[in-house]
Design a protein around this ligand. Structure first.
Ligand SMILES: Nc1ncnc2c1ncn2[C@@H]1O[C@H](COP(=O)(O)OP(=O)(O)OP(=O)(O)O)[C@@H](O)[C@H]1O
Length: 505
């Protein structure tokens, strides 16, 4: 016991010195930060235990508190300050929202994909003011029965899981799942250049011949649209297919697309909406909320849950809605850059062709179909197109050809497997941060792998400067959170870590 006493005393002294620093920081930053607070030292001091020996050592300017008293006083005042700010400051809604955010526990409705965090806070606000449940919100539609005729995406490894979920009535069941569209069969069939596709303008053309040509279009669905001829042929085949369906439905002349309307006028084709799983619909709404607030986001759904589908569905709805884009000349969906591992580029092409077929999707990589000067492909794809224009490239091509890609403005930049930029000093991280775009999205089933530094790197991409410099972030968040996670962390370290984590959230 005797050997432990000096250690304990040292801990107390350290704690008190840190508190003084904190107090100074709190008072200087209280104007800018709505949740800053000042520690009432006198309240804590009532119970403090003065240790004469330490005072003698450190001089009269250093106050020494018992660790227990300090912890109790410090934490209760943090709680009180946050509580007070959330209730007693009608003039500062921002402050009260911040406090709610810090003290709130994760709501299950958000965790299980029923509501986006934005919707949850809007819901809480409205229910506080008005208990009337009669108002409309988008996710109510999810409870509606869906048409069962919409074809299901090609079978993948995860389909069994989806089917099991559908059978058990889980929320993961898609509303309109039915048969496989057979895209997987197309991989090995070569496109026959000799086969001429005749013009399809006449309605008199027999449905049979249109069907035949539409089927032939499948032969090149897995090629990207970098090459003009390939793209034109795909579009022609698509028109044929559409014509075939539209003859049956007689909507060819109007070009009308049945759509589900989300908030602020975003229209998503019903053919997509009815195929999405419930949590995917939430994901699309969340992407739209981020867009409206001009902030980026990390889509962290686990592997195979359909992040690609959610992103493509959202992009398709932007193109369909043709809403003006603030500060840019394009409308609807501007040019979009997707960066992913090389092995996934054609997965994107395939999914885009299936879920957003009118969009031009080119692969900027040596495996792409484009032949010619690289600049030409990039300029073409960086020019806005009414039905969307998506350029897909790999991380290594992005690093090598950064200059060409950085010459243009992009409406969206999406990093699939975005944890590739977890090293803040890596060339790829610095390259993607330079891209000129108002909207940045990271998709990753495992955004954090080793340290909080990786989180900083990711967030600094989607929201540049939000977490300050790496050094500040390390001092104010990374170190306290890491310390609180140690097995021998003191209660105050644990609570501090928790608070830091909440603020970070
Ligand atoms: N609503 C849906 N209807 C039919 N198929 C779907 C749906 N959502 C996802 N899928 C299918 O599930 C598979 C996995 O989807 P996807 O590739 O989008 O997942 P992911 O989360 O991006 O995966 P990863 O993290 O591995 O990239 C794909 O074959 C996709 O077509």
């Amino acid at each position: 016991m005797a050997a432990q006493e000096p250690n304990q005393q040292t801990a107390e002294i350290t704690a008190s010195v840190k508190t003084e620093e904190n107090e100074a920081e709190a008072s200087t930053s209280s104007e800018s930060n709505p949740a800053s607070f000042a520690i009432d030292r006198s309240a804590i001091a009532q119970d403090r235990a003065l240790l004469d020996e330490e005072l003698a050592l450190l001089g009269e300017h250093v106050a020494v508190y018992s660790q227990e008293t300090l912890e109790h006083g410090f934490l209760s005042q943090v709680d009180q300050a946050l509580e007070q700010q959330s209730h007693s400051q009608p003039q500062s809604q921002k402050a009260s929202k911040f406090a709610q955010l810090v003290t709130a526990k994760t709501d299950d409705r958000v965790r299980f994909g029923e509501l986006t965090p934005f919707e949850l806070s809007a819901k809480q606000e409205t229910s506080a003011n008005d208990d009337d449940a009669g108002h409309h919100d988008d996710h109510q539609d999810e409870r509606e029965p869906k048409p069962s005729s919409v074809p299901r995406a090609p079978k993948g490894d995860d389909d069994d899981e989806f089917e099991k979920a559908a059978a058990s009535g889980s929320e993961y069941a898609p509303s309109g799942a039915s048969s496989d569209s057979g895209l997987d069969e197309e991989a090995d069939i070569d496109f026959n250049e000799e086969e001429e596709l005749k013009p399809s303008s006449s309605k008199k053309q027999s449905i049979k011949s249109v069907k035949k040509r539409a089927q032939s279009s499948k032969s090149y669905q897995l090629k990207d649209d970098g090459d003009d001829k390939t793209f034109e042929k795909r579009m022609k085949a698509l028109n044929d297919e559409a014509l075939e369906k539209q003859i049956e439905r007689d909507t060819y002349s109007t070009g009308h697309v049945d759509a589900h309307e989300l908030s602020a006028g975003l229209r998503i084709p019903l053919s997509i909406w009815s195929r999405l799983y419930k949590y995917q619909k939430t994901g699309v709404r969340w992407l739209w909320e981020l867009d409206q607030q001009s902030v980026g986001g990390v889509m962290g759904d686990e592997m195979g849950l359909g992040k690609t589908i959610q992103v493509i569905s959202f992009l398709a709805s932007l193109a369909l809605s043709q809403l003006p884009v603030h500060g840019f000349s394009w409308k609807g969906l501007g040019p979009t850059l997707i960066i992913c591992p090389a092995t996934m580029m054609y997965q994107w092409v395939k999914e885009c062709h299936q879920w957003f077929p009118k969009c031009r999707v080119a692969v900027f990589h040596q495996t792409g179909s484009f032949r010619g000067q690289k600049q030409r492909l990039i300029s073409k794809m960086a020019t806005a197109r009414k039905d969307g224009s998506i350029l897909i490239t790999s991380y290594s091509t992005m690093t090598k050809e950064r200059k060409l890609l950085l010459n243009h403005e992009w409406h969206y930049v999406i990093l699939d497997e975005g944890h590739m930029i977890r090293n803040p000093n890596a060339q790829i991280t610095m390259a993607v941060k330079e891209v000129r775009t108002p909207h940045r999205v990271i998709m990753s089933g495992s955004p954090l792998q080793n340290s909080l530094k990786e989180l900083w790197s990711l967030i600094d991409f989607i929201y540049p400067g939000r977490l300050g410099s790496l050094q500040t972030f390390t001092e104010q968040f990374s170190i306290p959170i890491t310390q609180g996670g140690y097995a021998n962390a003191t209660p105050v370290q644990v609570r501090t870590a928790y608070k830091c984590a909440c603020v970070l959230r």
